[in-house]
Design a protein around this ligand. Structure first.
Ligand SMILES: [Zn+2]
Length: 162
């Protein structure tokens, strides 16, 4: 009847799964089945790794947000409106954008008063998460113009109007 092809594997997580080992040479199947038994089943493996990935992602986001909070406070930036998810995202975009614009000052191309007038002043007026998210693809050189028009648009600061 030959060497069996489908093996019942009792995984280390306790789940039992049938595995088709027909792709392996007959004399390799027992060893491979034994190795499989020392591992978690596919679902548990996936769950565990997704969990780690999610935890890491959340920790990174927390770190980015606490850096953003320091920056926001120092620069007098308003809280943003939007869903929790939008706010988290928009705050990171805002810090990134303003940081890249500040590089112009650091590179000596602009000065502090340019940054205050052209960047921070309008940025303080733009309090809608959606606005930051919608414009995130633009290049650094486009931002002074975007900020100026955002500061005047009702949509970009709807929560300050009321
Ligand atoms: Zn399992």
């Amino acid at each position: 009847m030959g060497i069996k092809k489908v093996w019942e594997i009792e995984h280390s997580c306790g789940h039992v799964a049938e595995r088709d080992l027909s792709e392996r040479a007959p004399d390799k199947r027992a060893g491979f089945a034994k190795w499989l038994a020392g591992t978690d089943c596919f679902d548990c493996y996936k769950k565990k790794n997704d969990g780690d990935f999610e935890k890491k992602r959340r920790a990174e986001q927390q770190e980015a947000l606490s850096e953003a909070a320091v920056y926001e406070k120092r620069s007098g930036l308003e809280e943003l409106s939007g869903s929790d998810k939008q706010i988290v995202w928009a705050r990171q975009i805002r810090v990134q954008v303003l940081g890249s614009l500040y590089e112009e000052v650091e590179a000596g191309k602009q000065d502090e008063s340019w940054f205050e007038e052209t960047v921070l002043k309008p940025a303080r007026l733009i309090a809608t998460s959606r606005w930051w998210i919608d414009n995130k693809e633009f290049e650094v050189e486009d931002w002074p113009e975007l900020l100026a028009s955002g500061a005047e648009s009702a949509e970009a600061n709807e929560n300050l109007v009321s």
